[in-house]
Design a protein around this ligand. Structure first.
Ligand SMILES: Cc1ncc(COP(=O)(O)O)c(C=O)c1O
Length: 413
C-alpha cells in the first residue's frame, strides 16, 4: 500500500459522529481514542430510543415494553459473544468497565484459588487496573506478584515467561496491547505457554478488541476484559468474558436482586449464567448502545479498521520520529504496535506539550497513563500519547506534527 493511502474513508465516517459535525472555528483533532473513543449517532440513537420508546427494567416485567427491553439487552449480549467468538452468550458478563471485570475476577476466582505461597505473574506494561487488584489479593492471601520485564524496544520475552512460571503460578494476567508503548503482545503463544505450566490467563483486551479481531476460542484465554467506551460504545458498560466451566465454579461477585433463583430467610440459590454475576438493575441503555457500536464496527469491518489504523500509525511514526529531539517509546514496526504513539520532546514536560497542542484544538493525552511501573522502567514521569481510530485521517497527523513544531517554537528548541 502507498504510504498515506487509507483503507477507510474518515471523511465519510466523520459524518456519522455528531462531535465532528459541529460548526467550530478550528476543526477538532481528536487523538485520544485510547482513553475513550467518540460515539456515532447510531450508538447515541440506540440509547435514546430505549429511554424514549421502551424504557423499563429487564428480566422482571411481563408487559410488552419490559419484554422488549429484555430482548434488546440480551440481543446485545449475543452480539458481544459473536464479536469475540465466545462459545455462548452465557460467557458474557456485563460489567461497568475493564477495571470492574478484573476486580470481579480477583475478588471471586482469585479469592478462592490463590493461596499463601502462590504467585501471580503480570508484566511491567500493565495498566493499574491489571496491577492493583492482584496486588491487593496477593497481600490478603500471602501470595507474591511477579513481573515480566519490558525490554528497550518495548517487548516481553517468551523465555522469561517460561522461566517466571513455576508450579505455584496460578495466574498470568497481561495486556494484549500496551496503552503506552502500543506493543501488541503475542497473546496466543503466551497463553499456550502459561497453560503448559498449569496457570490460568486473564487477557486485558481494552486496547485490542476495539481495533482488531479478537477470537477468544483461538486465543484460548480463560478470562478477558474490555470496555465499551473505547470501542465507540457508551461509558459505564464493559465486558467480562470467561469460559463457562470457570464461571460455573465461581462464587458471585455482588449479591442482591437478579443474581438469585430463590431467597429464604437463611439461604439463597444463585441464578444461572450469566445473570449470576449481574446483581441489581444493569446498565440497560449502555448494553444496548454497545450492541449498536458492535454493529457499526462490523459495518466497517474489523480488519479494515486495523489496516486503517496501521497506515495512520505508520505515517505518524515516520513523521514524529523524524523531528529532532523527540523520543518515541515502543516498537518501531507498525505491524507490532497498536494505533497509538507515546513520545516526549526533549526538555519539555508532557503536560506542556499537551497544553500547547490544545491551543491548536489537538487533543492528546499527557501523564503516566495509569501505568506508573512502566513509567519507572522508562525513567520518565510522563509521556504524551496520540492514539488513533476510524475517524482519524492524515490531516490529523499533519496537525499533530504542526503542533509539535509549535511546542518546539515556544520552548525555542
Ligand atoms: C490496557 C488498559 N487496560 C485497562 C484500562 C482500564 O479501562 P477502564 O477505565 O475502562 O476500566 C485501560 C484504560 O485506559 C487500558 O488502556
Amino acid at each position: 500500500m502507498i504510504k498515506g493511502s487509507l483503507t477507510l474513508d474518515p471523511k465519510i465516517i466523520r459524518q456519522d459522529f455528531p462531535i465532528f459535525q459541529q460548526a467550530v472555528a478550528k476543526p477538532l483533532v481528536y487523538l485520544d481514542s485510547a482513553a475513550t473513543s467518540q460515539r456515532p449517532s447510531k450508538v447515541i440513537d440506540a440509547e435514546m430510543e430505549y429511554y424514549q420508546k421502551y424504557n423499563s427494567n429487564v428480566h422482571r416485567g411481563v408487559y410488552r415494553i419490559s419484554v422488549e427491553a429484555t430482548e434488546a439487552y440480551e440481543r446485545a449480549r449475543e452480539k458481544v459473544a459473536r464479536f469475540i467468538n465466545a462459545r455462548s452468550p452465557k460467557e458474557i458478563i456485563f460489567v461497568r468497565s475493564t477495571t470492574e471485570a478484573i476486580n470481579l475476577i480477583s475478588q471471586t476466582w482469585g479469592r478462592t484459588n490463590i493461596q499463601t505461597g502462590d504467585n501471580v505473574l503480570l508484566t511491567e506494561m500493565e495498566h493499574h487496573s491489571n496491577i492493583v487488584p492482584w496486588m491487593m489479593l496477593c497481600k490478603e492471601k500471602g501470595a507474591s506478584l511477579r513481573y515480566l520485564e519490558v525490554d528497550d524496544d518495548g517487548f516481553l520475552s517468551l523465555d522469561q515467561l517460561d522461566s517466571s512460571l513455576d508450579n505455584r503460578s496460578k495466574l498470568l494476567a497481561f495486556t494484549h496491547a500496551s496503552n503506552v508503548l502500543g506493543t501488541i503482545n503475542p497473546a496466543k503463544e503466551m497463553i499456550r505457554r502459561a497453560h503448559d505450566k498449569g496457570a490460568l490467563v486473564v487477557l486485558d483486551s481494552a486496547q485490542t478488541t476495539p481495533h482488531m479481531t479478537t477470537d477468544v476460542r483461538d486465543l484460548d484465554c480463560d478470562f478477558m476484559a474490555f470496555s465499551g467506551h473505547k470501542m465507540l460504545g457508551p461509558t459505564g458498560i464493559g465486558i467480562l468474558y470467561a469460559r463457562e466451566e470457570i464461571l460455573d465454579r465461581m462464587e458471585p461477585f455482588l449479591y442482591g436482586g437478579d443474581m438469585i433463583k430463590e431467597v429464604h430467610k437463611d439461604s439463597a440459590r444463585w441464578n444461572d449464567l450469566p445473570w449470576k454475576f449481574e446483581a441489581g438493575t444493569p446498565n440497560i441503555a449502555g448494553a444496548i448502545g454497545l450492541g449498536a457500536a458492535i454493529d457499526y464496527i462490523n459495518g466497517l469491518g474489523i480488519d479494515q479498521i486495523r489496516a486503517h489504523e496501521r497506515a495512520i500509525t505508520s505515517r505518524a511514526l515516520d513523521m514524529v520520529q523524524s523531528i529532532p529531539g523527540i523520543t518515541v517509546y515502543g516498537p518501531k514496526d507498525p505491524d507490532k504496535r497498536a494505533g497509538l504513539i507515546s513520545f516526549n520532546i526533549k526538555g519539555v514536560h508532557a503536560h506542556d506539550t499537551a497544553s500547547i497542542l490544545d491551543t491548536h484544538n489537538v487533543c492528546i493525552r499527557a501523564g503516566h497513563h495509569c501505568a506508573q511501573p512502566l513509567m519507572e522502567k522508562l525513567g520518565v514521569p510522563a509521556t504524551t500519547r496520540a492514539s488513533f481510530y476510524v475517524y482519524n485521517n492524515n490531516e490529523d497527523i499533519d496537525m499533530l506534527i504542526h503542533g509539535i513544531e509549535a511546542v518546539k517554537g515556544v520552548f525555542k528548541l
